[in-house]
Ligand binder design. Sequence first.
Ligand code: SAH
Ligand code: SF4
Length: 348
Amino acid sequence: MEHLSTLSNNKLEKWLNEHNSQAYRRKQIFSWIFERWLQSPLEMQNIPKELREELNSSFASSTSKITDDHSTDDMTDKILIELADGESIENVIIRTEDRTTFCLSSQIGCAVQCHFCASGLDGLIRNLTAEEIIEHLLICCRKANSRPDNIVFMGIGEPLMNIENLIQALDIISSPERFAFSPRRITISTSGWVPGIIKLANIAKPYNLALSLHGTDDTIRAQLIPEKCRYPLSKILEACCEYRNKTRRMITFEYTLLKGVNDSYEQAQKLAQLARKQHAKVNLIPFNTVAETKFIRPDDHHILSFLKILTDNGIQATCRLKKGNNINAACGQLRRSQKNQKQKQEQK
Ligand code: SAH
Ligand code: SF4
């Protein structure tokens, strides 16, 4: 059964016509879904009752539900969403004084399996469908009681390995007739999946691309990202260059700081050089400890010194010491802890 949220204008108008309703109802229906974030057509008040019921029986409705909700003092909500098949994913709502950012997931698990990340510990379970991605965005709107100012695909999964569904969802999110959200306020984060970067470049929409660089050479990256999904840095940077040329957007390098692995001051200098050459901004992410891994977070003083080397070199660089922790707890840790809990209960 199709979902209303991903139905094309033509299809919905055709359906309305077949159900003796006028085409203007399409706008009303989309307004309920994308502006009022309603889950069920039965709640669409300005639609005649009969039509509401027909919509309800003809189209699939939202089946995901929030099962865990961790709100923290610093205005971050981490929500665990259970899907129709019992799997769960995380999304995060991050509020600062002037902005609300939704951090969305793209897959259940992740095939890349970076050694420091909780999302990939069990590999890939499945892709999220476009409907699920949209549904989770709308769940976040309801939870935050607002639209986001920014959307980042930095939750669970490698978005560019689910590119067909991602693009379908992005088209709906940025369509003026649907969620009407500017592509310039959407960031897609990738571990460096070259075919996906090139595909996205060819779409040539001004989405922001964030590359999870984590190391300025292949030797350091090899310690963090397993070989099966890792491209040579030269190929990744070539693809990023194509992305920049086609979209005219500046790339961001994400750099998860891991003690003794990639946090030396020499590495900071190399990172500054690379960022300058690639016209990239840098986002430093202090490692958020994952119990199952051996990595360690550098201390705050060291992180700030690393950051200063970048800014002293004229690089536009950011690092959120406290919030960063919370944003990256998006990356599979809540899901992981619930999964562990479930397993323990089953063993009892
Ligand atoms: N798969 C994509 C997007 C999701 S991960 C990617 O890798 O880019 C989003 C960001 O969070 C990545 O930069 C990733 O390296 C980082 N990350 C994952 N686990 C982390 C952790 N435990 N601590 C800090 N950063 C982490
Ligand atoms: Fe996957 Fe990104 Fe985690 Fe790597 S960091 S395992 S690519 S979600």
